[in-house]
Design a protein around this ligand. Structure first.
Ligand SMILES: *[C@@H]1O[C@H](CO)[C@@H](O)[C@H](O)[C@H]1NC(C)=O
Ligand SMILES: *[C@@H]1O[C@H](CO)[C@@H](O)[C@H](O)[C@H]1NC(C)=O
Ligand SMILES: *[C@@H]1O[C@H](CO)[C@@H](O)[C@H](O)[C@H]1NC(C)=O
Length: 368
């Protein structure tokens, strides 16, 4: 039996992702679902089906007897920051769904408020809890690959025409509809999780095949603060197995490509002592090109459920003082890198990233 009382968590937003989080909270003996906040008519029904209290607004929840120890924000994207600010003001730690903010300056306000009030904020980039990524991170941090020199990555798949029709029509537009902010942002978060902050990017846009404003992809070069360099190919207009969803099977709507099918990795991480491909988790090593390469298959705990691990992590952040796996700073930083990539695609220049600031690299004569 656990000695401390369960962490009482409220969920804001009963859309698609809220109920999924509710299952993780209910199934973890360390946490309990204290309330659901949703102003929509189906909110009270959903709360009843989850066997929890229902409130139409955050303010009614906060003045109720069901005041939570922590809260999850799963509401429409543009409401993330204002709700988080209200919770932070009340001293309540939050797990906010991605994107942390749709506007970089608002994200900075959230970070500042959390710092002033000393309230923990975790952002729901749950792919960091994917079992293949956990195994890769362990190998990279464990040092057996030696000094990491370079990374090669891809996110390539073909979106169906229907994705851009009807309620999806906004995805044809340039502001936020393109594959950089919709898909690449998750890749950037994972690359920074594995290899630390990105400080320089340069990108060439792919050909447009659909005739919409939104970008369909890019070839990107990047430098990390650690000195690691990388290349990444992004495309949402080609059928391919080289993407996170096909390789891990995490998204139930996108068919899983088994390791045995031989697609190889969507990431290749190369170090002085060995190289690792993800998600097949094969490590290739030996001394030099004179030697036959040795391969090792890393262990992966395939049964773990990222959402469950994330809720347990949130519990440990709130109760045990752990640092958030994905802080608001890290989440916002992935957005800043995406902005830098879009800017480079337009200007043709390399773009430097310094904290949350970006600018075209100023080249002098010694910068060839
Ligand atoms: C509950 O929390 C404790 C302490 O962090 C942890 O050891 C245990 O694994 C947690 N239970 C679950 C089901 O995650
Ligand atoms: C909100 O953010 C999610 C996660 O990044 C994204 O999938 C979704 O398209 C966004 N919704 C809108 C309407 O921008
Ligand atoms: C490493 O290379 C040496 C020399 O080619 C070879 O004898 C050895 O078998 C290789 N190690 C493995 C495990 O393949």
């Amino acid at each position: 039996m656990s000695s401390s009382p369960k962490l009482k968590i409220a969920i804001l937003g009963g859309g698609l992702i809220g109920p999924r989080h509710a299952q993780s909270i209910i199934s973890n003996p360390n946490t309990t679902l204290i309330a659901l906040v949703d102003p929509a008519p189906h909110g009270s029904q959903l709360a009843a089906s989850l066997n929890t209290a229902h409130y139409p607004s955050l303010s009614t929840l906060l003045s109720s007897p069901h005041r939570p120890d922590a809260a999850l924000i799963c509401t429409p994207n543009h409401t993330h920051v204002p709700l988080a600010l209200e919770l932070i003001a009340a001293g309540i730690p939050v797990l906010v769904e991605k994107p942390v903010s749709t506007i970089i300056s608002d994200g900075k306000r959230l970070i500042e408020a959390a710092k002033v009030k000393n309230v923990k904020v975790l952002v729901g980039h749950h792919r960091r809890f994917n079992p293949y990524l956990i195994a890769a991170k362990k190998e990279v941090d464990g040092g057996k690959l030696g000094r990491i020199i370079a990374v090669q990555g891809a996110w390539a798949m073909k979106k169906p025409d229907s994705y851009f029709d009807g309620i999806g029509e906004w995805r044809r537009g340039q502001s936020g509809g393109g594959t950089v902010l919709i898909n690449l942002i998750h890749e950037i978060d994972l690359l920074q999780y594995l290899l630390g902050p990105i400080t320089l990017v340069s990108a060439l846009e792919t050909i447009k095949t659909r005739g919409f404003e939104a970008e369909e992809g890019a070839a990107i070069t990047m430098r990390f603060k650690s000195g690691v360099v990388g290349t990444f190919v992004l495309s949402d207009s080609v059928p391919s197995p080289w993407n996170f969803e096909s390789g891990t099977g995490e998204n139930p709507t996108i068919p899983y490509v088994e390791k045995e099918a031989g697609a190889g990795g969507f990431y290749r991480i190369m170090g002085t002592e060995g190289s690792l491909s993800v998600p097949d988790l094969k490590v290739w090593s030996n001394q030099s090109w004179l030697d036959r390469l040795q391969t090792e298959d890393l262990e992966v705990e395939k049964e773990t459920v990222p959402f469950d691990l994330q809720i347990q992590h949130f519990y440990e952040v709130v109760r045990e003082g752990k640092e958030p796996s994905c802080s608001a700073e890290m989440a916002l930083s992935a957005m800043v890198v995406c902005e830098a990539i879009k800017r480079s695609m337009k200007s043709g220049e390399a773009v430097e990233i310094n904290g949350f600031d970006i600018r075209e690299r100023r080249c002098s004569k010694d910068c060839v």
